[in-house]
Design a protein around this ligand. Structure first.
Ligand code: ATP
Ligand SMILES: Nc1nc2c(ncn2[C@@H]2O[C@H](COP(=O)(O)O)[C@@H](O)[C@H]2O)c(=O)[nH]1
Length: 186
């Protein structure tokens, strides 16, 4: 019998560096797989369908929710985001470890449904640095940045719900901390 894989959730405010950390983890740990989410957000320049996201309209997303096709989902800064259930279920059953890079509401749903999932909350060194990172990415309008910053306060206030937290200040240091949390021998 194949033993089940792990479900790992990386969460934290938009712009804190979740995607950057996840990309580094995937390069260093080839056994990990990233779940590709579904969103109603428009693709950013360079984003690829099926690699960065599956891009759908609101009607299709709402159908998927109705049909129970999503493991978790949330509305974030005016768009829907969700994790497709079937590929995650199949991969976990096949013994693969899956990473979800998701916001707070979805992370809470995973905690309810899969209390055994490992969840890590990523904190910014400061709000000023978070804002600087959102701007430096150069991907979002001023309005979108303002919405994301407003939401980040709620997210950071919920950080203590998570057993594992780390500050993404120096990137190399943050990756080491993340590896220590995820691969610690217990
Ligand atoms: N430790 C760090 N020091 C400085 N800049 C960083 C660090 N980590 C990430 N960044 C930069 O911050 C910006 C936001 O990072 P990233 O896109 O990974 O955030 P995110 O949390 O995945 O955002 P979202 O949730 O919106 O997808 C990027 O320009 C990235 O290069
Ligand atoms: N609950 C979920 N949140 C998700 C999912 N995929 C991504 N996200 C989070 O949404 C925000 C915004 O993402 P962006 O790509 O527009 O910057 C960010 O916090 C992501 O982590 C998901 O499937 N479910």
């Amino acid at each position: 019998m194949v033993s089940q894989g792990k479900l790992i959730v990386i969460t934290g405010p938009s712009g804190v560096g979740k995607g950057t950390l996840v990309r580094q983890l995937l390069q260093r740990h080839h056994e990990l797989r990233l779940s590709v989410s579904i969103t109603t957000r428009s693709p950013r320049p360079g984003e690829v369908e099926g690699k960065d996201y599956y891009f759908v309209d609101r009607k299709r997303f709402e159908q998927m929710v109705q049909n129970g096709e999503l493991l978790e989902w949330a509305e974030f800064a005016g768009n829907y985001y969700g994790t497709p259930l079937l590929p995650v279920k199949q991969r976990i059953e096949a013994g693969e470890s899956i990473l979800l890079e998701i916001e707070l509401v979805g992370a809470r749903q995973i905690r309810e449904r899969f209390p055994q999932a490992q969840q890590v909350f990523i904190r910014p060194p400061s709000m000023l640095e978070l804002e600087r990172r959102l701007r430096s990415r150069g991907q979002d309008s001023e309005e979108a940045i303002a919405r994301r910053l407003k939401r980040s306060i709620e997210e950071i206030n919920a950080a203590n719900e998570f057993d594992f937290q780390l500050v993404n200040d120096d990137l190399d240091d943050a990756i080491k901390q993340l590896e220590n949390v995820l691969f610690a021998v217990v």
